[in-house]
Design a protein around this ligand. Structure first.
Ligand code: C5P
Length: 643
C-alpha cells in the first residue's frame, strides 16, 4: 500500500493555477463528439475520469487528437457514432458513465458499458427508467438498477414526456438532457422529487447552449428539448478551472493564514461549487473574488463553526468537513444524502476517518456533525476517493498524518500533492547525524532546548525495539517478529524519561548488550519501515530536532537544516573515556578507540542506512570545538536557513 506522510503544517500562502473542471471537461468532450464540426478543447482536465471519456469516444470511432499540453481536437460525428458495436470500460467515472449511457441508448447501436466494482454499486436505475420511457432498450447485466448495462438499438417514441427522479443524482437528468437532441423529437423531462445539486444542471444547460442547443425550462420542474435541436461546434472551447479543486486551496488559506489565491475560477464561473467560498466566508474566512480568481485568508480570531444546507455544493462541502476541525464549535453539514452514492459512502468514510484523528462526529442518513477535539496522528484511509485524500490534507494543520493511497487524487487532480507542497510550510526539522560518540545527541538535545523544539533521539527507538524484543523472547535476527514489536512499541517519552510499557527504561537501553542488539535490529529493513511513521509524527509545531542515521535522507528529507556532526576517532574515544570515568566506570582508551574504529567501519559499510554525510548536509567538525560552540554553530546555520 502506498502512502504519503504529511508533517504538521505551519502556514499556507501562494498562488495555484487550477486544473480544468472535471464536470465541464467531460460534458464538453461528449458534446464535441456529438456535434457537427471540429472542436478544439483547451485547458481540458488531465485525469482518470477524462481519460475514460476520451478512450470511450475513440472506441466509438470519434476522431480524438492530442494537440499537446491540455489541448485536444475532437472531430464531431453529427449525432451518429461511427462504431455501432462496442464494449466500454469506464472505471469509476460517473461523469462519463451516466451521459454515455443516455447518449448510447439513443444512438441505435449495440453497446456494453462497464466499470470498476464500485461503479457497479452506484445506482443508475432512475436514468434507465427515463430512457425506457423513450423506448430505449436497456438491460442490466448484473444487479437490477446498477451497471454493467447492455444497450441495444430501439425505436424511439415520438414526442414524449419523460419522468426522472431528481433526488438521487443530478447526473441522471444531465445525462438525459444531453442525449435528447439525438432523438430528433421534442421531448419534455419532468423532474420527480426535489432536484438536488441544481448547480450541476446549470453547468449542463450552459454547456449545451455553448454547442447551440437551448433547453426550455419551467423552473426546476420541466425541461424541454425541441425537435430539430442539433449540436454544432463552437470552434474553440476553454474549460474553466475546477471549482471543487479550488475548495482545498481556499480552505488552506482560511486555516493557514493565507493569502492563497486560486486562478481559473471566480465570480464569472458557471460552476456552482464557487459558492463554497461563501460557506467559507460564513466560517469567518476573508474571501476576495475577481472574474476568474479567488483568494482566502484566515480571520484574526480563527474560524467558527457553521450549520449549513450543502445541497448546492455537494462536492466542495466535503472540504468543509475537514475545515471544521479548525472551527470553534460544532459544524453541521445538512442535506448531503448524495454523499452516500458517490465514489464511496462519503458520510460513513468521513465520519470514520475524522474520528481516527480525534474529532467527535455524529452522522445521519443525510447529515454529518463535527466537533473538533485534541488531534492525534493517524493513518487515513481514502477509499479510492480522490476527495477523501484531498480533504484530509487539510487535517495536517492539526497533526502529522499518513494518507494511504494518495495517488487516488488522479481521478481529478493528479498533481494535487505537489501543488499542496508549494503553498504550505511545514513545521521545521533540523536533522543531525554523525558517527558514534560524536556528541550529536547532546548537541541535538541542546539545540532543541534553545529553540523550544521537540527532540527525537531515533537511536533510542532502535534500542527500545531491541529491548522489547529481548523481553518478548524474540530473536534480534527474526525480521518479521522484531518489526511487529517495533510497530507496536508502547513507549512514552516525557522530558528525559523513557517508559516502555509503563516502566522506566532509560538505563536499560544503554547497556552494551542492548547497544549491540540495536545495531542488529537497525539493519533490518522491515524494522526501519515499521519505525518510519512513528518517527515522522514527531514533526509537529513549533519544530523538531532529530538525531540519527537516516534523519535527513529517509525520515525528514525536507528538513530545513541537515548537519553531519563528526570528530576524529581519537577525539571521540577521549570524550567517551572521560564520560565513563566521570560515571565511575573503569575504561581503557586504546580499547575504546579500537572499538569506535570498528564500529565506524561497520556503520559505513552496512547496506541499510549506512553512515555517511548526505550531499545536502553541512559538515560540522567538532574535534576542536566545545559543545557550546557546536550548538552555537547549528543555531547560526538554522537561523540562516530559516530566514
Ligand atoms: O545513536 P544510538 O547509539 O542510540 O543508536 C543505536 C543503534 O541504532 C545504532 O546501531 C545506530 O546505528 C542505529 N540507528 C540507526 N538509525 C537511526 C538511529 C540509530 O540505524 N536513525
Amino acid at each position: 500500500m502506498e502512502f504519503l506522510d504529511l508533517p504538521q503544517l505551519l502556514s499556507a500562502a501562494g498562488t495555484v493555477r487550477l486544473p480544468g473542471s472535471k464536470s465541464i471537461s467531460n460534458r464538453v468532450l461528449l458534446l464535441a463528439a456529438l456535434a457537427d464540426g471540429e472542436t478544439e478543447v483547451r485547458d481540458l482536465l488531465a485525469s482518470d475520469d477524462t481519460e475514460r471519456m476520451l478512450d470511450a469516444l475513440q472506441a466509438l470511432g470519434i476522431g480524438v487528437t492530442h494537440l499537446g499540453g491540455e489541448n485536444w481536437k475532437i472531430v464531431g460525428c453529427g449525432g451518429a457514432f461511427p462504431v455501432k458495436q462496442a464494449e466500454l470500460f469506464l472505471g469509476n467515472a460517473g461523469t462519463a458513465f451516466r451521459p454515455l449511457t443516455a447518449a448510447l441508448a439513443l444512438a441505435g447501436g449495440d453497446y456494453v458499458l462497464k466499470g470498476v466494482a464500485r461503479m457497479h454499486e452506484r445506482p443508475i436505475g432512475d436514468l434507465v427508467d427515463g430512457l425506457r420511457q423513450l423506448g430505449a432498450d436497456v438491460s442490466y447485466l448484473g444487479n437490477e438498477g446498477y451497471p454493467p448495462l447492455h444497450l441495444k438499438p430501439a425505436t424511439i417514441r415520438p414526442d414524449g414526456v419523460v419522468s426522472v427522479r431528481g433526488d438521487v443524482s443530478s447526473q441522471f437528468l444531465t445525462g438525459l438532457l444531453m442525449a435528447l437532441p439525438l432523438t430528433g423529437q421534442t421531448v419534455a423531462v419532468d423532474v420527480v422529487g426535489e432536484l438536488i445539486s441544481k448547480p450541476y444542471i446549470e453547468i449542463t444547460l450552459a454547456t449545451m447552449a455553448r454547442f447551440g442547443v437551448v433547453v426550455e425550462r419551467d423552473g426546476w420542474q420541466r425541461f424541454t428539448v425541441r425537435a430539430g435541436s442539433r449540436y454544432v461546434s463552437p470552434g474553440t472551447v476553454y474549460v474553466e478551472g475546477d471549482a471543487s479543486s479550488a475548495s482545498y486551496f481556499l480552505a488552506l488559506g482560511a486555516i493557514g493564514g493565507g493569502p492563497v489565491r486560486v486562478e481559473g475560477v471566480g465570480r464569472d464561473s458557471i460552476q456552482g461549487d464557487v459558492k463554497f467560498a461563501e460557506a467559507l466566508a460564513q466560517m469567518g474566512a476573508i474571501i476576495e473574488t475577481g472574474p476568474n480568481w479567488m483568494t482566502a485568508c484566515a480571520p484574526q480570531g480563527g474560524l467558527i463553526a457553521v450549520d449549513l444546507d450543502c445541497n448546492h455544493i455537494p462536492d466542495a462541502a466535503m472540504t468543509l468537513a475537514t475545515a471544521a476541525l479548525f472551527a470553534k464549535g460544532t459544524t453541521t453539514l445538512r442535506n448531503i444524502a448524495s454523499w452516500r452514492v458517490k465514489e464511496t459512502d462519503r458520510i460513513a468514510a468521513m465520519a470514520t476517518e475524522l474520528r481516527k484523528i480525534g474529532a467527535v462526529v455524529e452522522e445521519g442518513a443525510d447529515f454529518i456533525k463535527i466537533t473538533p477535539s485534541t488531534a492525534r496522528p493517524a493513518a487515513i484511509d481514502t477509499y479510492d476517493d480522490h476527495r477523501m485524500a484531498m480533504c484530509f490534507s487539510l487535517a495536517a494543520f492539526a497533526t502529522p498524518l499518513r494518507i494511504n493511497d494518495p495517488k487516488c487524487v488522479a481521478k481529478t487532480f493528479p498533481d494535487y500533492f505537489e501543488r499542496f507542497a508549494t503553498v504550505t510550510r511545514a513545521a521545521p526539522v533540523i536533522a543531525i547525524d554523525g558517527p558514534s560518540a560524536s556528541g550529536k545527541g547532546s548537541v541535538a538535545a541542546r539545540v532543541a532546548a534553545a529553540l523550544g523544539f521537540a527532540y527525537l533521539d531515533s537511536g533510542a527507538l532502535y534500542r527500545l525495539t531491541a529491548l522489547a524484543a529481548q523481553r518478548a523472547g524474540i530473536a534480534w535476527d527474526d525480521e518479521a517478529g522484531v518489526a511487529a514489536i517495533a510497530a507496536g512499541l508502547d513507549v512514552v517519552f516525557t522530558g528525559e524519561d523513557i517508559r516502555l510499557a509503563g516502566v522506566l527504561v532509560g538505563d536499560a537501553i544503554r547497556t552494551e548488550d542492548i547497544s549491540a542488539g540495536a545495531s542488529k535490529v537497525a539493519a533490518l529493513p522491515a524494522v526501519r519501515e515499521a519505525l518510519l511513521f512513528r518517527q515522522r509524527v514527531f514533526n509537529t509545531l513549533p519544530g523538531l530536532v532529530g538525531d540519527g542515521r537516516d534523519m535527513g535522507s529517509v525520515i525528514f528529507p525536507r528538513a530545513v537544516l541537515k548537519v553531519f556532526l563528526t570528530a576524529t576517532a581519537e577525539a571521540r574515544a577521549e570524550r567517551r573515556y572521560k564520560q565513563l570515568i566521570e560515571k565511575g566506570f573503569s575504561a581503557n582508551l586504546p580499547d575504546l578507540l579500537a572499538d569506535l574504529q570498528q564500529r565506524d567501519a561497520r556503520d559505513s559499510q552496512r547496506s541499510v542506512a549506512p553512515l555517511r554525510q548526505e550531499a545536502d548536509a553541512r559538515l560540522l567538525e567538532t574535534t576542536q570545538l566545545t559543545i557550546e560552540q557546536a550548538v552555537k554553530q547549528v543555531l547560526d546555520w538554522y537561523s540562516e536557513a530559516s530566514s
